[in-house]
Structure formats: structure tokens, C-alpha cells
Ligand binder design. Structure first.
Ligand SMILES: NC(=O)c1ccc[n+]([C@@H]2O[C@H](COP(=O)([O-])OP(=O)(O)OC[C@H]3O[C@@H](n4cnc5c(N)ncnc54)[C@H](OP(=O)(O)O)[C@@H]3O)[C@@H](O)[C@H]2O)c1
Length: 242
């Protein structure tokens, strides 16, 4: 096999694994492997989990799954009534949970100035935070050339900047006050890998989110190794984008 054949086969293989397989497994390959071969859900038992975007959809149902395994939950979004309903459902799903195990914190994640106060509230309720789930997000559909620039800005503010701002704050909390341990989870989309027709702003924001979080991931691992080498300290901050 000559050099150009190797390059050609590698390119085809790359596109198949990166662009074709996700259509069939309905998630990225990393998540698929973690689901098949990773630790079971109940390894999260007793963890303190803060879900942003818990009032409906994926965040709501994630709350129910975590409630079943005795996680302590902080449910955040803008709609109080819906959050209270999700909280009540969590308490009904698992009768071992008591009133203090599931809290509601109404917040607009786009208000970056409120993040520090919100994080302090979470820690004041449970003495610690183990996992931040950045699930708040919004989709959009339109012909690309007709999209008002304000729509792009709002989409990026919610789907990208607010998530980065809060994640940085929580990352600092993990390193400074939680013995270097914690998980940051980000709900992305296949739009962040492949793109979706007529969803230019959404696709752009989820692609940007992927790159920003990937970079944060790299920084964390470098930081981890640096600390291992310099101080023989174990740091365990995991960042996942799904
Ligand atoms: N559904 C899908 O097929 C799909 C596919 C791929 C990825 N996703 C991603 O999954 C995530 C959840 O989507 P979903 O389908 O479950 O949609 P959803 O039911 O509309 O849930 C979105 C959640 O985000 C919250 N939210 C929106 N703006 C917010 C803000 N400014 N501050 C705080 N919370 C805010 C909403 O609550 P409030 O309105 O009460 O604030 C709601 O709880 C999104 O990031 C989305 O991009 C969804």
C-alpha cells in the first residue's frame, strides 16, 4: 500500500467514525462507549447534583433517574411552578428522599452576575457540590439568511457563554474547595457534531460549545498531569459533553 492509499483510507475511516456512526448510535462515540462499558448509574448514589434546565425535557427526566438512586438534587431553571412539580415528582419516585434532599433554585443562567450567589446557595444547602449538569438550552429554526443577528446572540448567550461562565466558577470551586474533585456535564447535541438543516444559529452555538468544552477538557487534563508531577496530588475533575 502506498502513502496516498494510507492517507485515503485513514480519511474515509475518520469520516465514517466521526460523521456516520453517530447517526446510528444516536450520540457521540465517547458517550456510547461510556454507556456500554462505563460505571453503572448507581455509582453516583448520594452525590450532590445541580441540574440547570430541570423544569422540562431531558433535565426533568435526568432528575427522576438521579432521584431513584438517592442523589441530592438542586433543580434550576426560570419557571418556579414547573420546578416545584419536578421536585414533588422526585420525592414521590423515591420515598427514601426527604424534603431537604431536593431543592429548587430559580435562576436565569443568562444572568452571569447571579452565578456566584447561586453557587453559594447550593453549597450552603448541601455543604458541597459534586456534579454540575449544564442542560439549559434552546433550539431554533429558520432560513439562515433571514435570521436576525439578535437571535444568534441570544442563542450563543444561552447555549455557550452562560455555560462557560458557570462552568469556570464551578471548576474553581472544585479545585479550591472540593479537593480537586468534581464533574461538569454539558448537554450538547448531534448538531454540535454534524449540523442540522435550517438551524444555523443552534448548530453554530452547539459547535462552539463543543470546541470550548473540548479545550477546557484538555486544560484540565494537562493541569491534572502537571499537579501529579509537581505535587504528587490527585486531581479528579471530569468534564463530559454529551
Ligand atoms: N430534545 C432534543 O431532541 C435534543 C437533542 C439534542 C440536544 N438537546 C439539548 O438538550 C438540552 C435540553 O433540551 P430539551 O429538549 O430537554 O428542551 P426543554 O424541554 O425546552 O428544556 C430546556 C430547559 O432549559 C431551561 N432553560 C432555558 N433557558 C434557560 C435560562 N435562560 N436559564 C435557565 N434555564 C433555562 C428550561 O427551563 P425554563 O424555560 O423554565 O427556564 C428547560 O428546563 C438543550 O441544551 C438542548 O439543546 C435536545
Amino acid at each position: 500500500m502506498n502513502w496516498w492509499e494510507i492517507v485515503g483510507i485513514t480519511t474515509i475511516f475518520y469520516y465514517i467514525t466521526y460523521f456516520v456512526i453517530p447517526w446510528f448510535i444516536d450520540c457521540d462515540i465517547n458517550l456510547y462507549m461510556k454507556e456500554k462499558f462505563g460505571r453503572p448509574l448507581n455509582s453516583l448514589q448520594g452525590k450532590v447534583v445541580w441540574i440547570i434546565g430541570a423544569s422540562s425535557g431531558i433535565g426533568e427526566h435526568l432528575a427522576y433517574e438521579l432521584a431513584k438512586i438517592n442523589c441530592k438534587l438542586i433543580l434550576s431553571a426560570r419557571r418556579d411552578k414547573e420546578l416545584q412539580q419536578v421536585r414533588n415528582n422526585c420525592l414521590k419516585i423515591n420515598l427514601q428522599l426527604n424534603e431537604n434532599d431536593v431543592k429548587v433554585l430559580v435562576m436565569d443562567i443568562c444572568d452571569n452576575a447571579s452565578h456566584k450567589k447561586a453557587l453559594n446557595y447550593v453549597i450552603s444547602q448541601f455543604d458541597k457540590l459534586d456534579i454540575l449538569v449544564n442542560n439549559a438550552g434552546r433550539s431554533q429554526r429558520a432560513n439562515w439568511e433571514k435570521i436576525d443577528l439578535n437571535v444568534d446572540k441570544e442563542m450563543f448567550q444561552l447555549n455557550v457563554f452562560s455555560i462557560i461562565a458557570l462552568s469556570r466558577l464551578v471548576y474553581q470551586y472544585f479545585t479550591d474547595k472540593n479537593s480537586g474533585k468534581g464533574h461538569i456535564v454539558v448537554t450538547s447535541s448531534l448538531a454540535g457534531i454534524l449540523g442540522i438543516p435550517y438551524s444555523g444559529s443552534y448548530t453554530g452555538s452547539k459547535h462552539a460549545l463543543h470546541v470550548c468544552i473540548l479545550y477546557m477538557h484538555i486544560v484540565c487534563y494537562l493541569f491534572y498531569f502537571k499537579l501529579v508531577i509537581l505535587y504528587l496530588t490527585k486531581k479528579k475533575i471530569f468534564i463530559g459533553i454529551f
